[in-house]
Ligand binder design. Structure first.
Ligand code: HEC
Ligand code: HEC
Length: 382
């Protein structure tokens, strides 16, 4: 469907900044360095000072060595701890990589998919699409009490102004960069979004990318998994987790919203606190006015599967520990393994509840092949 990157325009302009610094040295040969919006955004993304306890950055929960997801979580502790110890959100942190390719949140213009993959909305950021784009998304975590927990935008801006890279901020956004709090806060988010749209966060360097360029031959198991993944009759994986003929067309998500009957995770603090807790996803977002809320209950944005090998546990509430279990979800055994789908308003979940879901009928080998294929999506092969 030809999704284009619409998130953030990377600012190509590179501004010269004096290194300054009290290092003395040779004044006649003033050293200069260059700082781009992307580099500034990277400093902001990894600055732990920008949290109330000076102990947490965006990169804590979106760690590059863990596929830009949180290395601290597991199926029994599936949600990220905030800057203040003991505080947790409800949802499993998704990767921040490849998120820049999500279009702005909006209604699906063309209903061109099969009935199973019909959807009314696409795009946006967060699993329920409540931030229209990356800039609006980046404004959230700084002030969220269960995340970085700053009291006000002014607090965050002051921390940037007092940082050792405040000169970079001025170099990118001008001499008046800190004069107006709202503008400065918006620009902090703008720089972070530029970093998130950069090739460092979206490298496209997996075995699968090499395969698309004719530079990697899949093992027989990976190839069988790829064929199964693309099967529009049996698995239907690629109907939602889009595969194209180029890397940029293969983001492994159509950025649309579906209820796939993800069960509750009773080890998630939200469910421990309240057994009846149900995450209704897009249908319960207070920030988004959908036309028919009941029709959107239990729907979550299709996640990219790039680097999925590194981002366990899986699903919005972290209910599955491994990719093997996640594939089982799509197979018949989901009915035996789990008691209640979290919500039951549509599609597969409705079928499950009605007992009419026959599963995919995959063999052990088929499931292993699907997992092996998904492991070709890990960056860093070349
Ligand atoms: C305490 C852990 C934590 C911190 C810190 C954190 N995030 Fe997140 N991030 C999450 C969780 C959890 C979600 C999913 C929340 C939801 O969907 O409601 C998320 C979602 C996202 C998404 C949306 C991805 C998608 O596919 O929709 C992006 C992008 C993102 N975060 C970037 C950031 C940035 C930028 C920062 C720093 C300003 C940051 N995060 C700080 C945990 C964290
Ligand atoms: C109808 C659309 C649809 C189809 C078909 C589909 N998926 Fe998904 N997939 C989703 C959605 C939506 C989620 C997120 C659900 C949630 O968070 O509760 C998801 C989540 C996943 C995850 C977890 C990713 C993560 O980061 O947590 C994996 C792995 C996955 N799917 C693999 C597959 C495979 C393999 C197939 C084929 C057997 C498949 N999917 C078919 C929509 C789909």
């Amino acid at each position: 469907m030809g999704l284009k990157r619409v998130g953030v325009a990377i600012v190509a302009a590179v501004v010269a900044v004096s290194c300054g610094g009290g290092g003395g040295g040779d004044d006649s040969n003033t050293p200069t360095t260059t700082i781009s919006m992307v580099e500034l955004g990277k400093k902001l993304f990894f600055d732990t000072n920008l949290s109330s306890g000076s102990n947490q950055s965006c990169g804590t929960c979106h760690d590059p060595s863990n596929g830009f997801a949180d290395p601290r979580v597991s199926v029994t502790a599936p949600v990220s701890e905030g800057s203040v110890g003991g505080r947790f959100g409800d949802r499993n942190a998704p990767t921040a990589a490849y998120a820049s390719f999500s279009p702005q949140f909006g209604e699906v213009a063309n209903q061109d998919q099969t009935p199973e993959t019909d959807s009314n909305y696409q795009g946006g950021q967060f699993l329920d699409g409540r931030a229209v784009d990356l800039i609006e998304q980046a404004k959230g975590p700084f002030l969220n009490p269960v995340e970085m927990n700053n009291a006000t935008e002014a607090d965050v801006v002051a921390k940037v102004q007092n940082s050792n890279y405040s000169g970079d901020f001025v170099a990118v956004f001008g001499a008046a960069a800190f004069n107006d709090i709202a503008t400065a806060y918006h620009n902090i988010a703008t720089a972070i979004a530029a970093f998130e749209a950069s090739s460092e966060v979206n490298p496209f360097t997996s075995k699968f990318d090499a395969f698309l360029m004719g530079q990697y031959t899949m093992t027989p198991s990976e190839q069988r998994g790829f064929d199964l993944f693309n099967d529009a009759e049996i698995t239907k994986c690629a109907n939602c987790h889009t595969v194209g003929s180029t890397s940029q067309e293969s983001l492994f998500t159509n950025f649309r919203y579906y209820n796939i009957g993800t069960p509750k995770n009773l080890q998630n603090p939200a469910y421990i606190a309240d057994n009846n807790f149900v995450d209704n996803g897009l249908g319960a977002s207070s920030e988004i006015a959908v036309a028919d809320q009941a029709a959107e209950l239990g729907k979550f944005k299709v996640p990219t599967l790039r680097n999925v090998e590194l981002t366990a546990p899986y699903m919005h509430n972290g209910v599955y520990a491994t990719l093997e279990e996640t594939v089982l979800h799509y197979d018949i055994q989901v009915a035996n393994l789990f008691i209640t789908p979290e919500v039951n308003n549509s599609n597969i979940a409705a079928e499950l509840n009605a007992g009419t879901f026959v599963g995919l009928g995959l063999s052990d080998q088929d499931r292993a092949d699907l997992v092996n294929f998904m492991k070709t999506l890990t960056d860093g092969h070349f």
